[in-house]
Ligand binder design. Structure first.
Ligand code: IPD
Ligand code: CA
Ligand code: CA
Length: 274
């Protein structure tokens, strides 16, 4: 079901309030008590802490207290069906490895979507006190000020962020690709949090970001923020962005960067066959 009228301002206010509360709870709790419990998930390096779970609980409780008929999906296991036509996607701590090592960049990512797509997105980076927000059709903001993607028009001069999977075989192929790319661009960055990477493209702090094998909660909020900041979003193979393949860049370099990645991948395939 699709709601007839969507209170986007209300969704954004709720998402912002909960992202700030959850992010500050995790930041302050970590600083005061440290991390007592860290388990692994999909691989030995894919970690979940008690703060990931507490952050998700705080956000889910807050959403359902205000909007009991919405659907809510969260990375740490929340999967609640709804009847309102609004679906929430939550990454309670995106960049858990950064969080574990006390590095900046980890964030709380919250999106609300309707049948038309993502309606609002919020990414809160507690270490830098930065709240990135967007409403579909309403532009993108950092702490209330409008942001825009960069205007770099040459891939060779582009600063490009990327990320790596937790799966070893996938990392091997990602490593081959970035090794070939590194001499052909200004430089590469691996900040360690997909939602923040997308916001950094939105703010013009990097010129592009690409990654494969993300989950929907990695892409939803940051993807809207990047698009609303004027970035072009697609997949590495040319279609619309998908969690398993996303390339976000300013529109001046998007197609050239996509072509470079395709050329690198073809070369790797050829070398492999010989
Ligand atoms: C991860 C981070 C990382 C990206 C991985 C994600 P998590 O999310 O966003 O930067 O490279 O693909 O899974 O596990 O820290 O929420
Ligand atoms: Ca994530
Ligand atoms: Ca996470």
């Amino acid at each position: 079901m699709s709601p007839t009228t969507i209170d986007r301002d209300g969704l954004l206010a709720l998402a912002s309030k909960l992202a700030l509360a959850a992010g500050n709870m995790a930041r302050d709790g970590r600083a005061q008590r440290g991390i007592a419990k860290a388990d692994t998930k999909s691989s030995a390096t894919d970690v979940v802490t008690e703060f990931d779970k507490a952050s998700e609980a705080l956000i889910v409780d807050g959403i359902l207290a205000a909007r009991p008929h919405d659907a809510v999906i969260g990375e740490e296991g929340t999967d609640k069906a709804g009847t309102s036509g609004i679906d929430w996607l939550i990454d309670p701590i995106d960049g858990t490895t950064n969080f574990l090592y006390d590095l900046p960049g980890w964030n709380v990512s919250i999106a609300a979507a309707s049948a038309q797509g993502t309606e609002v997105g919020v990414v809160y980076v507690p270490a830098t006190n930065e709240l990135f927000t967007a409403i579909a059709g309403g532009g993108a903001y950092l702490n209330g000020r409008p942001i825009r993607c960069s205007d770099t028009d040459d891939v060779a001069l582009a600063l490009i962020a990327t990320g790596f999977s937790y799966q070893i075989e996938r990392r091997r192929s990602q490593a081959r690709r970035v090794a070939a790319m590194l001499p052909q661009v200004r430089d590469l960055r691996r900040f360690g949090a997909a939602a923040a990477d997308l916001c950094y493209v939105a703010a013009g702090r990097v010129d592009a970001y690409f990654e494969e094998w993300l989950a929907p909660w990695d892409l939803a909020a940051g993807g809207l923020i990047a698009r609303e900041a004027g970035c072009h979003l697609g997949s590495l193979d040319g279609g619309p962005p998908r969690p398993d393949s996303v390339l976000a860049a300013n529109s001046l370099i998007h197609s050239a960067l996509q072509a470079l990645i395709r050329q690198i991948d073809d070369q790797i395939d050829n070398d492999h066959l010989q």
